[in-house]
Design a protein around this ligand. Sequence first.
Ligand code: PLP
Length: 389
Amino acid sequence: MKIARKVQNVSESLTLALTAKAKQMKKEGIDIIGFGAGEPDFDTPDHIKQVAIDDLKKGFTKYTPASGIPELKQAVCEKLKRENQLDYTPKQIIISCGAKHSLYNAIIAIVDDGDEIIIPAPYWLTYPEQVKAAGGKPVFINAPAKADFKITPDQLKKAITNKTVAMILNSPSNPTGAVYFKAELEALGKVIVEKDIAVITDEIYEKILYDGAEHYSIAALSPELKKRAIVVNGVSKSYSMTGWRIGYAAGPQEVIAAMSRLQSHSTSNPTSFCQNASIAALTGDQSNIQMMLKAFDERRRYMVETLNKIPGVKCTMPKGAFYVFPDVSGAFTKNIQGSMALSEYLLKEAKVGVVPGVAFGDDNCVRLSYATSLENIKKGLERIAQALK
Ligand SMILES: *Cc1c(COP(=O)(O)O)cnc(C)c1O
């Protein structure tokens, strides 16, 4: 059967594929240490689970309004007000099947054929594929390690053409862990307003910050920016709820309405009995986050320090999320050129799974997640050090 051109160009999620491969090898009894995880290794807190259990027992198992229940939208409004200094009404909120789904709805809602979307590289590998699926064209701006993986306003200005409709911002970043400072966001915001483009801001890692780093939503910096912003977030990363599939977006009412129409004809509502539980996540006990951060922070420090002792590996200290993104180009050899070859070598020789940076737009790097135990990290990094000797 013929496959549509815009979908032919969409590649499989390499991170999901590699995680699946490592899991499969483990199942076959091969002793694999996986650094591919894109999700916290902690369980969903019990007080959140209990709400879903109660809802199931009560029979809250039918269709809900397609764009989410009003109570959850209200809770999202209050969360955005309280934590991000953002004023939205429930009509400016959509609840989707994960933040990824909110992003997809947003991109479909604003991209026409041939429209350009600017994506800073390294990027989360889903962004360009979603843009392509929408018939748009991803345009990349390089932000290498020596620029702290952040783009400058000048770079942004130069990348904007008369086809540009939006840029995607992801701070804290997956895969680099980079966090934009407020002044940097203000400077980028100036260009966004001046050139009158939209900004899709993916804030899914907003709570996963270290060394006193602070998160600012670019949408909150001025009314002009808020008008042009679609804020995307969700419960997956902050509350270890990746499998529940609840994310949300906030933005101008006409954009959210368009996204909601689209969602009403694609997935319909996000899972009924996950919605009240998400209210519990947003409004209930937040102590799980501190516990998670403490573990992540210890692993992060150990990982960066240990990686930097391996010849050919250079790793900057990330300020957010739960990934390190070391430059491994110094370890390339005549036979092992590029991040893909190195990752394959590490999987085969060291029985360690890392994600090649080429998937994120930087072939000098690999991504390692520290959403795994310190014990695994110690063992895995030792193996990498041995294999790269
Ligand atoms: C994990 C992740 C998401 C999506 O999370 P959902 O589980 O779909 O809510 C979005 N953006 C980035 C950068 C992520 O890493």
